[in-house]
Design a protein around this ligand. Structure first.
Ligand SMILES: C[S@@+](CC[C@H](N)C(=O)[O-])C[C@H]1O[C@@H](n2cnc3c(N)ncnc32)[C@H](O)[C@@H]1O
Length: 264
């Protein structure tokens, strides 16, 4: 089950129903643990994996899924974002299929989409970006994979959404500049997308690593490279709303007044 990108109200109805029906819930580090309150009776097992901090190996997770199901229990694995986007949903489903266990896959709002909407960076935009690629900056956890074919990626997609790249941001930016993109290419880095403390830093391939370091952004982070990143300055409704509330500014447009104070 995809838990969505972070905010609890971004899970699907089907996901919520699955949680409520579960006897056992395995949950990942990036799934919002507040959702577990929806299943007070269920057994909960943390199987979180964040790179460098394996709580449980994948084979052990597969084994737990199968063993619990064999005992006749309804098992949910609650995962951050969407299970089929760098989420190992297929690996776990294959393990169930091999064991003859019935399974369902419940989509979630991927962090790519959560981050795009909540930071105001459209992944496609007429006249600006017609194509988008989802890329992981990691091989198997722990191993950098900066040997990706960045040139091919950047040539074939107008927007690059880079997962698991927060720790390698400087190297990624350098690689993209060296191989194919202009130093002035806009980049947005969204930390903790859709959470109440989401932060977006916008810059260029030349200065983004420094800006993110200066802001001290926490993980998880998503990197969006391409012209569309520059729209965040205007479209970042979520952080603007939060700032307006902090500053005591009303964002409701006053009829007849077109120049309301900018919340930025
Ligand atoms: C193993 S991948 C899982 C992706 C997930 N299945 C999805 O669809 O979003 C983990 C990476 O997703 C990204 N990520 C997940 N949740 C995020 C969030 N709330 N804000 C920013 N990035 C996030 C980060 O790049 C993180 O390193």
């Amino acid at each position: 089950v995809g838990a969505g990108p972070g905010a609890t109200d971004l899970i699907t109805l089907r996901g919520l129903q699955a949680i409520r029906k579960a006897d056992v819930i395995l949950y990942d580090a990036l799934a919002n643990a507040d959702l577990l309150a929806e299943a007070p009776e269920a057994q909960k097992i943390f199987v979180g994996k964040r790179c460098g901090r394996h709580s449980m190996e994948q084979l052990e997770i597969n084994r737990l899924l199968v063993a619990n199901a064999r005992e006749g229990r309804t098992v949910v694995h609650l995962k951050g974002g969407d299970p089929m986007v760098f989420g190992r949903g297929a690996e776990e489903s294959l393990a169930c299929a091999e064991a003859g266990i019935d399974f369902e896959l419940v989509p979630g709002v991927s962090s790519a989409l959560g981050a795009a909407n909540y930071s105001g960076v459209p992944l496609t935009h007429r006249g600006m970006a017609d194509s988008v690629a989802f890329v992981t900056a990691h091989g198997p956890c722990g191993g950098k994979s900066l040997n990706l074919n960045w040139k091919r990626l950047a040539r074939n997609a107008d927007t690059l959404v880079i997962f698991m790249g927060g720790l390698w941001l400087e190297g990624i930016a350098q690689e993209l500049r060296r191989r194919c993109l202009r130093a002035a290419t806009p980049v947005a880095v969204i930390s903790k997308a859709t959470h109440s403390d989401q932060q977006t830093v916008v810059g260029t391939l030349e200065n983004i690593a420094q800006r993110v370091a200066n802001a001290g952004l926490p993980t998880p982070m998503l990197i969006i490279v391409g012209k569309v990143a520059s729209l965040s300055h205007v479209l970042n409704w979520f952080e603007n709303q939060r700032k307006a509330i902090t500053d005591g500014i009303s964002l409701t447009p006053v009829p007849g007044v077109s120049d309301r104070p900018s919340p930025q």
